[in-house]
Write a protein that binds this ligand. Structure first.
Ligand SMILES: Nc1ncnc2c1ncn2[C@@H]1O[C@H](COP(=O)(O)OP(=O)(O)OP(=O)(O)O)[C@@H](O)[C@H]1O
Ligand SMILES: [Mg+2]
Length: 460
């Protein structure tokens, strides 16, 4: 995997030799002699990876890293350090660096650390201490969001392991960040590991670190995420993807707070609070033999369920408000406006991708509508058509039927249940039932429902 790399080092020879090695390996490389120059360059040019020396005159590597975090730059950062400053390298990782490499290193070592950072980059996100901006707000005043906030408050105070469950895009990671930020560990690092991105071997050394020579390619000792997150919080994203052998080791750290680096037999202690997420049913995984029952019980002490967006659709207007303002801040200019009609459609769509799908759509609409007006016509077809009508699984509704019930009564039950499923949205219900809106309206009127503009409610 080739990347765009920026090398920052005040020693001309050091940066030239790193640049030569990496260019030879096929990367696109630019060099700077100091942090200030690098920040200027990065404000105009994209980079996948920044390699920086820690000790530099003027702005040092740590300060450079903080500035990068502040400007929201998304490049991975690799710090170069002399052995004497390993403690600073660890500090740098806590401030958001992806990895470090110890001097002196060979061309091969540099290449492999760089390849690893580029490959596993997105797997290892850090949440530097300054990361308490508006992006971390849990928006929504529905009952379920209030209950979620209350649950976060309760668990944040403890040191217990928390399992956060929910469909993709519902806000599990956001919940984890809220727990950390409101816990007594807030001033310590929160580090996350995206489990599906890593092979079992890589996963073990990412979690626990390894000693030099522990396996082929382990040229240097490395500390793992459990050591890195010491005193803070470790988020294991998609925990079901952890291999069963490693699950046993994980259980041990959770219970005994000790572990060993790969290739070492001396136990190390760590004080880490673990949060885990999953979008699968963990009990199903246990039944299928893919997840250890003892680990399941250990994780299941304080479960949190994050509901799918369709179950708290009443929060959609508030979320839209939040995301349109957020998009305007990011893109510049005024927030887009939604007509009442457009909002109504957003409110009734079933959002299989949950809040993330809503957020992405609002961002896209903000880019595509410089005139700042979003009408029902500007919404994508899949939002304004009745998608559930051709998806029987999604449409599954419970009908209270008994033998001997008249067909007419059954029709009424079906109509009522369908209408309820679409939150009273007449057009969608009619489409799903395969009848015209006018027919539906007439039937509802006959049942004693009072018409409102678009929705129907039973008259008192
Ligand atoms: N209640 C909410 N208020 C504001 N933003 C939210 C809310 N819920 C989710 N988001 C935003 O939606 C996006 C997706 O959330 P997040 O990444 O936490 O989901 P996830 O459940 O971890 O998804 P996945 O399972 O795909 O990893 C994020 O940008 C997050 O900030
Ligand atoms: Mg997530």
């Amino acid at each position: 995997m080739n990347g765009r790399i920026l090398i920052v080092d005040d020693h001309v020879q050091a940066r030239q030799s790193m640049a030569d090695t990496l260019r030879h390996a096929g990367h696109q490389v630019h060099t700077c002699s100091g942090a200030a120059e690098a920040l200027r360059w990065l404000s105009a040019e994209p980079a996948d990876l920044v390699i920086t020396d820690l000790k530099m005159p003027g702005m040092d590597g740590l300060e450079f890293l903080k500035q990068l975090q502040r400007t929201g730059h998304e490049a991975q950062v690799l710090v170069v350090t002399a052995h004497a400053t390993i403690a600073t390298a660890v500090e740098a990782m806590r401030e958001g660096a992806a990895d470090y490499i110890e001097k002196p290193f060979s061309a091969g070592q540099l290449e492999s650390v760089v390849a690893r950072a580029l490959r596993t980059g997105p797997a290892c996100r850090h949440h530097p201490r300054s990361d308490h901006d508006e992006g971390d707000l849990l928006v929504g005043s529905s009952r379920s969001m209030q209950a979620l906030r209350e649950r976060i408050r309760q668990v944040a105070a403890t040191d217990e392991t928390v399992l956060i469950m929910g469909e993709s895009g519902t806000g599990k990671e956001l919940v984890a960040r809220r727990i950390h930020a409101t816990s007594p560990r807030a001033h310590r690092p929160m580090i996350s590991l995206n489990c599906p991105a890593l092979s079992p071997q890589l996963m073990e050394s990412e979690l626990f670190g390894h000693e030099r020579g522990a396996f082929t390619g382990a040229d240097q000792a490395r500390i793992g995420r459990f050591e890195l997150a010491d005193g803070g919080t470790l988020l294991l994203d998609e925990i079901t993807e952890i291999d069963p052998a490693l699950q046993a080791k994980l259980l041990r750290v959770l219970q005994e707070k000790t572990f060993e680096r790969v290739g070492s037999s001396s136990p190390r202690r760590t004080d880490v609070r673990v949060l885990a997420t999953t979008n699968r049913r963990l009990d199903d995984e246990v039944r299928a033999g893919r997840f250890r029952q003892d680990l399941f019980y250990r994780l299941h002490v304080l479960p949190i369920h994050v509901p799918p967006l369709r179950e708290h659709a009443e929060d959609i207007p508030e979320l839209v408000e939040h995301f349109r303002r957020q998009a305007a801040r990011r893109l510049g200019g005024e927030p887009v406006e939604f007509t009442a009609d457009a909002l109504q459609w957003l409110r009734h769509y079933h959002w299989p991708g949950n809040v993330r799908e809503l957020e992405n759509l609002i961002t896209r609409l903000s880019v595509l509508h410089p005139d700042r007006q979003v009408t029902a016509q500007s919404l994508p077809d899949y939002v304004v058509s009745a998608p559930a009508s051709n998806d029987p699984a999604r449409c599954a509704i419970e009908l209270p039927i008994r033998a001997g019930m008249s067909l007419q009564e059954m029709e009424r039950r079906l109509i009522e249940a369908t209408l309820e499923y679409f939150n009273g949205h007449r057009l969608k219900a009619a489409q799903a039932l395969g009848i015209g809106v006018r027919t539906l309206t007439n039937k509802l009127r006959a049942y004693g429902y009072a018409p409102r503009t678009r929705h129907f409610a039973r008259s008192a």
